[in-house]
Write a protein that binds this ligand. Sequence first.
Ligand code: ADP
Length: 535
Amino acid sequence: MMHRPLRVLLVEDSEDDAELLAYELECSGYELIYERVDTASTMNAALDQQTWDIIIADYTLPSFSAPAALTLLQERQLDLPFIIVSGTIGEDIAVAAMKAGAHDYLMKGKLARLAPTIERELREASERRKRREAEQAVRQNEERFRALIENALDIITVVNADGIIDYESPSVERVLGYKPEELTGKNIFDYIHTEDRVNLAHTLNQVIQSSNLTLSIEFRFQHQDGSWRILEAVGKHLLERDSGSPFINYNKVELESSNIPTRKSSIVLNSRDITERKRAEEIRNTLLRERELSEARFNFVSMMSHEFRNPLTRIRVSSELLKNFKDKTTETQQERCLNNLESAAREMTQLLEDILIITRAEVGKLNLNLNNCNLADFCSNLVEEMQIDAGGKYRLLLTIQGECNPACLDENLLKHILVNLLSNAIKYSPEGGNIWFELSCQNDQAVFQVQDQGIGIPMDDQQQLFESFHRGRNVGKIPGTGLGLSIVKRFVDLHGGKISIKSNVGVGTTFTVILPLNSHQSIGGQLDAKQCHAL
Ligand code: ADP
């Protein structure tokens, strides 16, 4: 037989009875450690001295009793199995003792039930202990989390699916001026900026629908003083706990008493105030933008002066030549000087005009002036004019596809765009070259394509062609300001259109401009549509 250790404290005045009981227990297979006590003080001493597995008490002793021993045990908050073994005890007294907390009672002389009773009580006591330990662990955990929540800098909010605030951590008062109880029970949306409500509702819905989704969101929450604070929050579904285990039941009671709800479909929002950070970011961005702008202005002005210096130098040199060598220069030399003066003046005029247009576009002074226009006629006339200018040196070939009327565009700006692209195609092509100009309309869009077989544009330059003054590195002595395409780009943008380039050095270049046939619609109604319909 296996001998199990058992530490028994016997509350018994009779030495003989104690020994008899001990003998019974040893016979039942216990390896016994026992002590007999018969007064409160000896019992206290025994309890102080060591740990006991079980207490077996006689009911009446000369100067002690089972109920007194039980009370003593309870006062010391010891949860030990307490079994009464007595010869004199009546049924009613036994029942009263059980009610007072004794675990069982047995008659002396009928101890067959003793061993199984002890086994059962030991088992139950061990279960009670485990449960107590688990409860203790849960309680400590809860306390730790509550301390974390209540001392956190962030605001912890629990809202239910209807947006009602179920819990608000104490930090809300420091950040938003409200006491937590002022907000609990209120609808969170009443405090959210109207412009942020849809977004917040959308995020909360997403979180509600997916238990493992964590989403972050920014919104404005009205401070108690009426000002708006920007909060950055992380939202997560608060899971309903399983109510099967006793520890969780305990938990629920705890939670209720601390007002943290465990309702279904709640969301925990962990928010912090980022108003100051946002403000600082905004100021930094504004400063950065201003610096960029003033740098861009400075660059523009320096490039502009540089561009003017060139023709001005030519004017100075040519006029000096004419003045100083009036009699010595030949007629052809004189004519060359005069031509130089003329071309320099023309160049400067062009520069001035381009700069004026760009500046007007930049300060928003350039508005679209939309008219109903017949694109096919418009393009035919333009090509005709330009062909006359180009004489026999180049051939402009126009094709038109699709139905382009009615079109609502700014004719002046469109002319500027197309003249620029066509004259570039001419300028950067060898004499005798063909320029293909195609207009095609479909899906409410007009597509203008200008294709040449000229010098092409190096890949590295293509990215920056629309910046003011940028010219391809392969232009050589071909004159130009580097402003044309940046103007074209601005005009295309004004129409809500797009421009793209396809080019290979030595092969040729194709510019494609796509404009909406009805610009006033594609620019989001900023423009007065009546401009077109009135015609
Ligand atoms: P520019 O007055 O120099 O022609 P643009 O702004 O019109 O200024 O064009 C910018 C640069 O783009 C030109 O300097 C040239 O390098 C390149 N470019 C424009 N169109 C063509 C073209 N059809 N073929 C080759 N290069 C072109």
